[in-house]
Structure formats: C-alpha cells, structure tokens
Design a protein around this ligand. Structure first.
Ligand code: CO
Length: 150
C-alpha cells in the first residue's frame, strides 16, 4: 500500500507539473476560408512565457490566403490592423518596430505551422487584448480576445 501511494504521489506531481506548462502553450488553426479555429484564447498570469502555435489547415498559398497571429491591446487593434496592410508580405504584414504589436508570427500558407513565444511581463490580466490576422482584409473576420487569467 505504501509503495502504491508513493507511485501515485509521484505520478500526480509529474502530471500537475506538466499541466501547468501546457497551460502556457496554446494552439490555434486557420483555414482556406479566412477563419481561425477559435475567437478566444486564454493563459494564466503565472506563465513566464507563452507560446502560441498557429497551424494553417488549408492548402492555399500564403500570397493568396496567408495567415498570421498578432497580439495587441484591444484599443490598438484597429490601428495596427489598418497600418499592417502597407507593411507588405515580405514583412509578414507587421509594421517594423511597432510598439503596439505585443507578439506576432510570420505569415504562413496552407499546410504550414509557425509559433511565437513571448513573455507576459508588462501584460496585465486587467487589460483587454485581441489577436488577429493582419493579412489584408482578414482582420474583420479573423480576430478574437486574448485573456490573461488570475
Ligand atoms: Co489571415
């Protein structure tokens, strides 16, 4: 009995550690009809770093139906979205050195996957954030809320 309890305790410890780390890794996908798989992502404020992985489940080329994942304060969403258009595909439709952009991935095409890792330092659970795709014309449909909980 003692032996079983010890094994159970170790297993529970390992599992809880893994679950905590997993909470800081979020996944989202995007398709050929200009849609993200979710309009809400959340991470606990205890995450030192967050990794967002974006998968393009479609087949379209990135020049035709490219997607990225960009994070900004909700108040900055419209400004970043409209300023991103002129940044061009070569710059992944993200204005260079724009402090309003809190995190961003590159633009990917069908069958591709990319990720971005960023710190939550300087971000607050009291602030509203949005994620969106800055490929021209996509942000109206491809957007969602990003929440920092706790
Ligand atoms: Co897109």
């Amino acid at each position: 009995m003692k032996h079983n309890f010890l094994i159970y305790s170790i297993a529970a410890f390992l599992f809880s550690g893994a679950a905590l780390a997993d909470d800081c890794q979020v996944e989202i996908s995007a398709n050929d009809v200009m849609q993200y798989s979710t309009d809400e992502l959340s991470v606990p404020s205890s995450c030192k770093e967050v990794t967002v992985t974006l998968t393009h489940t479609g087949t379209a080329a990135k020049s035709a139906m490219g997607h990225n994942w960009v994070l900004a304060k909700s108040d900055d969403f419209q400004g970043v979205a409209s300023d991103s258009m002129s940044a061009g595909l070569d710059n992944n439709y993200v204005p260079a050195g724009d402090a309003r952009v809190l995190a961003s991935t590159k633009v990917i095409g069908g069958g591709e996957k990319t990720s971005v890792t960023f710190s939550l330092e300087g971000l607050s659970s009291k602030q509203e954030y949005m994620f969106f795709c800055t490929f021209p014309g996509h942000w109206a449909m491809m957007k969602g809320t990003f929440k920092i909980t706790g």
